[in-house]
Ligand binder design. Structure first.
Ligand code: PLP
Length: 299
């Protein structure tokens, strides 16, 4: 017997993911005209669900789509989707687009059409041992995204190309730089630790306000460390005591190697007796705390 087919939710119906269909005139398909969320689920419980739904409200408001579901309806639908997919640990994806018009016109449909509502789940993958033990590597690339990175838009072409370039250079993630200053990863928040201070980019239009970022910064404060919300000049990353990335589905990732676009690379963070870079002690503490918090949080 194979695995049961994952169940998705599309426009108010639960159905096997393999049977879910949308119109080719959907504006998400034609223009990337929509927004999304990714929510981690531990033991059947979505972590920081309200914060994700708040960010969904923000993204929808900014692109002028009326939220098609009330907050209780989102909670009910997502809860049922998790349950139908067997509970446990999952990554919950939801997407709302401006819907399918009768033709292809950049302007909003007039009269408006129903928004397309979609959600699915996939397995939440644990951090690979290689990254846990040796740390991840990043490639610094120019940030070629649009000027509203604070909106969680499905229009992700620049992120896709950056991640692929990183992969082709043997790096795990692309870290994006504007005017010589570090912003964030292609799908992660970036942090650098200098002594007792954690530096991360300020919340503005140039980064996505990560839900995990808020959780990590709370843990940083609780650990008695300082926070400096500032743009780190690219050249200063090499001097960091530790470097990390975070996202909802990948928690807190240690970074130990930085590749530059010209092919050069350097280590970042502590080095062991044999001269190899290793994830640092502050990462180990915060990553452990974040994991425990997420796993034990009440719904
Ligand atoms: N920055 C970008 C560009 C992202 O795409 C993501 C997540 O997808 C993040 C940061 C991390 O956000 P969160 O912690 O809400 O997953």
């Amino acid at each position: 017997m194979g695995q049961p087919l994952p169940t998705a939710w599309l426009n108010d119906h639960f159905l096997p993911l393999a049977e879910a269909r949308i119109s080719p005139l959907d504006r998400g398909f034609l223009f990337g005209d929509g927004v999304y969320e990714v929510i981690p689920v531990y033991d059947g419980r979505p972590f920081r669900l309200e914060a994700h739904l708040d960010r969904l409200d923000y993204s929808l408001d900014e692109i002028r789509i009326r939220n098609p579901l009330s907050r209780p309806d989102w909670r009910r639908v997502l809860g049922e989707l998790v349950e139908r997919n067997g509970g446990g640990d999952q990554s919950l994806y939801l997407q709302v687009t401006r819907g399918a018009d009768e033709g292809r016109d950049h302007g909003f449909p007039d009269p408006s059409v129903p928004a397309t509502r979609f959600a699915m789940t996939s397995p939440l993958k644990p951090m690979p041992n290689r990254i846990r033990e040796q740390g991840a590597s990043v490639l610094l690339l120019p940030d070629e995204r649009w000027a509203r990175c604070d909106i969680k838009a499905i229009t992700l072409l620049a992120n896709v190309l950056a991640r692929q370039t990183a992969r082709e250079m043997g790096a795990d993630e692309a870290v994006l730089e504007r005017d010589g200053q570090l912003m964030e990863g292609s799908s992660t928040t970036l942090y650098a630790l200098f002594g007792e201070t954690v530096v991360t980019a300020p919340r503005d239009h140039r980064i996505l306000p990560g839900i995990t970022r808020e959780v990590v910064l709370d843990l940083v404060r609780a650990a008695g460390l300082d926070i400096r919300e500032a743009h780190l000049p690219c050249g200063e990353l090499a001097a960091a005591d530790e470097c990390w990335l975070s996202s909802s589905s990948r928690e807190l990732i240690p970074v130990t190697r930085v590749h530059l676009a010209d092919g050069a690379s350097h280590a970042v963070g502590p080095v062991d007796d044999s001269g190899r870079s290793r994830p640092g002690p502050v990462w180990a503490r915060l990553a452990g705390e974040l994991h425990e918090l997420a796993r034990n949080a009440q719904a």
